[in-house]
Write a protein that binds this ligand. Structure first.
Ligand SMILES: Nc1nc2c(ncn2[C@@H]2O[C@H](COP(=O)(O)OP(=O)(O)O)[C@@H](O)[C@H]2O)c(=O)[nH]1
Ligand SMILES: [Mg+2]
Length: 214
């Protein structure tokens, strides 16, 4: 377990770990079977193209523009591993439903992704990214159901919250809460913005806690 301390608000926070993480790119792996064997815990980032996965990795890193953000997703899907300090990997797991991918590529990736979520021993938790501007899509709901069935600890990350007013954010949280209630899951929800840094500390707190679970 990481050391924890109480801060002024009496929240439990990881000791001295909240800022200045060193994040380094480890590699891209198109197949589950090619993933490295190491014993470091992994935290998966799941979400459709453009939801903000790369931006979130940049937000969590001390260094800017590490995971290249792009509006044009590549055609071949890969697991992208980023090592955070010597503590854990963030694993960027592209989602499904890319218009630009061929059907055979989508099928291939669906199998790889499902295997990773179901079987990967190192996977301690999944951050499920959803765009705060839209109610959960059918793809988001499929991912929720899949994570529930796989019994993976999950944190819902609402992205791009800078684009919404306080009212809009409250509405987004209600929409996610309703979907979770329907699905009989209770996962934490963190509002984030990679533009303003909103949610960074709360998210790191969850990650540290979940990565430390055996
Ligand atoms: N305003 C705003 N734009 C964002 C945020 N996160 C990502 N974006 C933008 O959304 C687009 C897709 O982001 P990216 O991180 O590449 O998504 P990915 O495909 O899931 O890796 C880029 O143009 C980003 O600049 C955010 O928190 N706020
Ligand atoms: Mg990306």
């Amino acid at each position: 377990m990481p050391q924890v301390r109480r801060n002024g608000n009496n929240r439990t926070v990881p000791s001295g770990k909240t800022d200045h993480r060193i994040v380094s790119f480890e590699g891209s792996y198109p197949r589950y079977s090619a993933l490295p064997d190491g014993s470091l815990p992994e935290i998966g980032l799941l979400g459709r193209s453009n939801v903000g996965k790369s931006s979130l990795i940049n937000l969590l890193a001390a260094r800017k523009r590490l995971a290249l953000t792009s509006a044009t997703p590549g055609k071949t899907k890969t697991f992208n591993l980023y090592k955070v300090d010597e503590d854990f990997y963030l694993v960027d797991v592209p989602g499904l439903g890319y218009a630009r991918s061929s059907r055979s590529e989508r099928n291939r990736w669906e199998v790889e992704l499902a295997r990773y979520i179901r079987e990967r021993d190192q996977l301690k938790a999944v951050l499920l990214l959803m765009d705060s501007r839209h109610a959960p899509t059918s793809g988001d709901r499929d991912a929720m159901q899949f994570l529930k069935d796989a019994r993976r600890p999950t944190v819902v990350v609402l992205t791009k919250c800078d684009k919404l007013s306080g009212n809009g954010r409250a509405k987004a949280k209600r929409a996610v809460a309703a979907a979770m209630e329907e699905m009989l899951v209770e996962w934490p929800v963190v509002e984030t913005s990679s533009k303003t840094g909103r949610g960074k500390d709360a998210l790191l707190e969850w990650i540290d806690r979940l990565a430390a679970v055996d």
